[in-house]
Design a protein around this ligand. Structure first.
Ligand code: AMP
Ligand code: MG
Length: 343
């Protein structure tokens, strides 16, 4: 890695893109606040069912990104998972106080009203140009101390232009020097997919991500959700048998799965429709950042019918059923297996 003194031309191009620099900084700041909430609020005394740390961290991360957007891209719309309505209820005053404390980081001038304003900054369901944010994707993983991600993407004219994932608990196997610093993954249209340390800024280099070259279905490494309600585990089993896949599927929460696939450490990622919610439609903030990262790493992302994802249809991917992501090479075989299964 000839960096950072002599970065390759492609990396110079990526880092000269102001929207990329913004997205990296925003995801980094949000992920570090989320990690602090985790360290301070998730104690052994809290039961796993207690969702309060998730609530505080979700709102704090969204407020941090809303504040940065207001500063750097004041007219851009934000299509994000949370809004501040619940925080305005008197019962939730202690939660709002905690969120304000984490967002303010010791600055007592930051008020609860300001924090609510940042959470709701330019709130929209769609726009010609918008940012989409999942402040904590994989909340169940966050509570279990496993994988979760701050996911931010810029969509213009229905096409994802920039995507970034801050994954505090993910460390690329090839980067032992980064240790427990977490991984940041970023991609921009035509400028590749890259990873670096989430918490160390300089002089930690960026590394280009490329999907695997696996082209035999028997060798495919399948990725899937931990939560069985978010997919169809039995059907993934049938899919694997049909393709002669030898290794058991790897389960992981959040869009961290996209980072793993982009890094060539998995080959197929399936989001099948669960039997409880067969008409579920994906939220755009759950897929936008991951999708551009896969495509820029040389992979392919479609729905289960092989259709391109349509980010022009509001808060949900209304026109798409489920998700199939792959290293490209295995995509045709996976789609035909899905058709045979009626998935
Ligand atoms: P994962 O960790 O990959 O299972 O993805 C977490 C995301 O799944 C959450 O952000 C939810 O928005 C989303 N989700 C919730 N319910 C469902 C469902 N029935 N099917 C698919 N995804 C879901
Ligand atoms: Mg999510």
């Amino acid at each position: 890695m000839a960096q950072p003194n002599n970065p390759p031309k492609e990396l110079k191009l990526l880092l000269s893109n102001p929207e990329v620099r913004f997205a990296i900084e925003a995801a980094r700041q949000a992920a570090l606040i989320v990690r602090r909430v985790q360290q301070e609020l998730i104690t052994p005394a809290l039961t796993k069912e207690d969702r309060s740390p998730v609530t505080v961290a979700d709102f704090a991360a969204q407020a941090v990104i809303g504040r940065l957007l207001a500063q750097f891209y004041p007219s851009d719309a934000l299509v994000a998972e949370e809004d501040s309505a619940a925080l305005g209820e008197p019962d939730n005053a202690p939660t709002l106080e905690l969120v304000t404390r984490f967002v303010g980081e010791g600055d007592r001038r930051v008020s609860p009203e300001q924090v609510c304003g940042w959470i709701d900054h330019n709130r929209a369901d769609s726009a010609e140009r918008f940012w989409t944010l999942d402040p904590i994707d994989g909340t169940k993983g966050f509570l279990r101390g496993e994988q979760y991600a701050v996911a931010l993407a810029l969509v213009v004219g229905g096409r994802v232009q920039v995507g970034v994932l801050g994954c505090p608990n993910l460390t690329a196997a090839s980067r032992p020097e980064i240790g427990g610093a977490g991984a940041l993954v970023v991609a921009a249209c035509g400028q590749g997919a890259w990873t670096t340390s989430l918490s160390r800024v300089e002089p930690v280099p960026f590394e280009r991500l490329n999907v695997s070259q696996v082209n035999q279905t028997s060798q495919a490494r399948i990725l899937r959700s931990v939560e069985s309600g978010h997919t169809n585990v039995d059907q993934i089993g049938e899919f694997a048998r049909l393709l002669g896949v030898e290794a058991p599927a790897v389960s992981m929460d959040s869009q961290a799965k996209y980072a793993v696939l982009a890094a060539g450490q998995g080959d197929l990622y399936l989001r099948l429709l669960s039997t409880e919610k067969p008409n579920y439609r994906e939220r755009i903030w759950d897929q936008a950042a991951g999708a551009i990262i896969i495509e820029e790493a040389g992979g392919r992302v479609t729905d289960l019918d092989g259709q391109a994802l349509d980010f022009n249809s509001g808060r949900m991917l209304k026109n798409n059923r489920g998700i199939l992501a792959s290293n490209s090479l295995l995509h045709p075989a996976a789609l035909s297996a899905l058709r045979r299964l009626g998935a």
